[in-house]
Design a protein around this ligand. Structure first.
Ligand code: FES
Length: 97
């Protein structure tokens, strides 16, 4: 499992931070301490959700906590903005559709 990125994001720096294991929809996703959930998901090639307007995959929009395009469910925390939530060991993330 690579933390370098195979998706929309590519990690270019800070590649030596400690690994943090999370799951997204039950599948393991590699991340590093200090990553946001959105960073981890986009590095892994995952989308956040499907558009309710039928125009495809969504992967975050503003990336700064304003638009709520990146809402996901985290076990024990409820709905959070993936772009504003730092990964934590064992975090279980569920996408919302
Ligand atoms: S991408 Fe806009 S709030 Fe997260």
């Amino acid at each position: 499992m690579s933390v370098a990125g195979s998706g929309a994001f590519v990690r270019l720096a800070e590649t030596a931070r400690p690994a943090v294991a999370i799951t997204v929809d039950g599948a393991p996703v590699a991340s590093m301490r200090g990553d946001t959930l959105l960073t981890a998901m986009r590095l892994a090639g995952l989308i956040v959700r499907r558009s309710e307007f039928g125009d495809g995959a969504r992967g975050g929009f503003c990336l700064m906590g304003v638009c709520q395009d990146c809402l996901v469910q985290v076990a024990g925390q409820g709905r959070v903005r993936a772009c504003q939530t730092e990964v934590a060991p064992g975090m279980q993330v569920t996408t919302l559709g």
